[in-house]
Design a protein around this ligand. Structure first.
Ligand SMILES: Nc1ncnc2c1ncn2[C@@H]1O[C@H](COP(=O)(O)OP(=O)(O)O)[C@@H](O)[C@H]1O
Ligand SMILES: [Mg+2]
Length: 244
């Protein structure tokens, strides 16, 4: 990856004036409207806001899975707005782990095989990949379930497998879109504990989009979005009152 150092080494993600419109003419929808956004290394940052305000679009831009119309974006010092598509794909494979509301595990693979996927895509041998997958499986407390298919597991267990898959190639950026929305309170808390632990790595950044106010307290900082922009950033370290 070609890396140009940013001026602020503590920033993991630095978005400046990014806009994204879907479609053209009368059906055009502006999902991001000149958004400025930062996430720091070593933090768990939450993004909240009403449905349709651009949270998923912003995550997709940051993760390098969606082209944007204008603006600039540095992720761990790489200027994504200047990289070629092939370089962005390489960046994503090496440095980004994804966790989604619907887990997005591959149903025909066992849990271990699912966890191995990012490593195999990255060219790691199957033997080494399986060893790392087993270690991660233990870390998320599912060491005994590796040879089962994900559909045999509960929602919370499937999300733990998805976390193991997101972490197995040791990415610096973990992108989570509504990771606890399909889970009950206690299971959601367990998932957030795992994500908090992942965020303790000072070289890493965990970004969590959520509308689940039960988990706000896990955030180091909380960013409120509205109409394709950041409206407010709260940094009370866990004690957030968004009632205003
Ligand atoms: N692929 C797409 N094609 C057309 N419109 C889209 C697409 N993705 C998102 N949008 C629109 O962009 C806006 C922001 O969407 P999204 O980022 O998914 O919001 P959020 O995640 O905050 O609910 C919404 O109006 C949505 O309908
Ligand atoms: Mg969304």
């Amino acid at each position: 990856m070609s890396a140009t150092p940013t001026n602020s080494p503590a920033l993991a993600v630095h978005v400046r004036g990014v806009s994204k419109t879907f479609g053209t003419g009368e059906t055009a929808v502006t999902a991001l409207n000149g958004v400025d956004f930062t996430a720091r290394q070593g933090e768990l940052l939450m993004i909240v806001g009403p449905s349709g305000c651009g949270k998923t679009t912003l995550l997709s831009v940051i993760a390098g899975t969606l082209n944007f119309d204008c603006g600039e974006l540095d992720v761990f010092g790489s200027p994504l707005h200047r990289l070629k598509p092939r370089e962005i794909t390489e960046f994503r494979k090496r440095h980004v782990g994804f966790i989604f509301q619907a887990f997005n595990l591959i149903p025909t693979l066992t849990c271990i095989e699912n966890i191995c996927v990012p490593l195999l895509i990255g060219g790691v041998s199957r033997r080494v990949a399986e060893r790392k997958a087993l270690a991660l499986l233990d870390e998320v407390g599912l060491g005994a379930r590796g040879h089962e298919r994900p559909t045999n597991l509960s929602g919370g267990q499937q999300q733990r497998i998805a976390i193991a898959r997101a972490l197995v190639h040791e990415p610096r950026l973990i992108i989570c879109d509504e990771p606890t929305s399909a889970l009950d309170k206690d299971t959601g808390a367990h998932i957030m504990d795992l994500l908090r632990t992942a965020a303790r790595n000072p070289n890493r950044c965990v970004i969590v989009v959520t509308h689940d106010s039960r988990v706000f307290k896990y955030a180091d900082r909380l960013t409120e979005m509205e109409d394709g922009r950041v409206q407010r950033v709260h940094d009370q370290g866990g004690n957030y009152d968004l009632s205003e």
